[in-house]
Design a protein around this ligand. Structure first.
Ligand SMILES: C[S@@+](CC[C@H](N)C(=O)[O-])C[C@H]1O[C@@H](n2cnc3c(N)ncnc32)[C@H](O)[C@@H]1O
Length: 219
């Protein structure tokens, strides 16, 4: 049984030949991808020995010894084949972007890149767009916290996103109850910040954008 967050990420994986889970840690996602038949082969990478051993243990306990390879690697840098799909989840946006940028030419030829950042999500959306990665799906789940994941592919030209899309999601519909709840929590956060710093132009602007989006809800 995987977490709601990992289930959401799993639901975004398109069938492929080879999927690479970067920073696999426990290996639950990589194992679920293989078990569900979403990839013929899975690559699990981690920067550190211990998490990679954890992944290996997860696969051994599930009696899965084929169609999986393990790489001690910084992102995909030490991975010697090109996966079709890469999942980079459960990390900060800065680290996700560092991993993508250091092997950008390899990411450009991938069919699908799935990200789920724990921090600085607006920065991730903005940077991915300016690097030429188009978002094709964005999903949200609540499991204690709100978790938001994106699916991307490369389109060879930089995309300029509006501030509203950068900050409150490109493909998150206000008609979705969970999205609405999330946006209300973002509104509370902005109001709290403005209470302590009422003249912050940036936060006043974001709050006005957010209110407009919330008002667009019809149901
Ligand atoms: C918080 S865990 C997330 C695990 C899993 N991806 C998930 O979403 O549940 C982050 C993992 O990324 C690994 N990591 C950190 N930097 C990395 C890098 N540059 N390349 C590969 N793995 C990295 C860490 O060792 C850790 O196992």
């Amino acid at each position: 049984m995987i977490s709601k967050r990992l289930s959401m990420i799993l639901s975004m994986v398109e069938p492929c030949e080879v999927l690479c889970d970067v920073g696999s840690d426990h290996g639950y996602l990589a194992l679920a991808v293989l078990k569900k038949g979403l990839a013929k082969d899975v690559i699990a990478t981690d920067l550190r020995h211990k998490p990679l051993q954890h992944t290996q243990k997860t696969f051994a306990q599930a009696n899965v010894f084929e169609h999986i390879s393990y790489f001690l690697s910084d992102g995909i840098h030490q991975v010697n084949t090109n996966p079709n799909t890469v999942v980079i989840c459960g990390m900060g946006a800065d680290l996700i972007l560092k991993i993508i940028k250091q092997d950008i030419d390899r990411f450009k030829i991938m069919t699908q890149i799935i990200t789920q950042a724990n921090t600085r999500l607006p920065y991730l959306r903005k940077e991915m767009a300016s690097l030429g990665f188009e978002m094709t799906e964005e999903k949200i789940v609540k499991d204690g916290f709100f978790y938001i994941a994106q699916s991307y592919h490369y389109i060879e030209k930089a995309i300029e996103l509006k501030e509203e899309a950068i900050n409150f999601g490109c493909l998150l519909s206000v008609e979705d109850d969970l999205v609405y709840e999330y946006l209300l929590s973002e509104k509370s956060t902005l109001e709290f910040i403005l209470k302590n710093n009422p003249k912050s132009k940036k936060h006043l602007y974001l709050l006005s954008l957010l209110k407009t989006r919330l008002d667009e809800r019809v149901n």
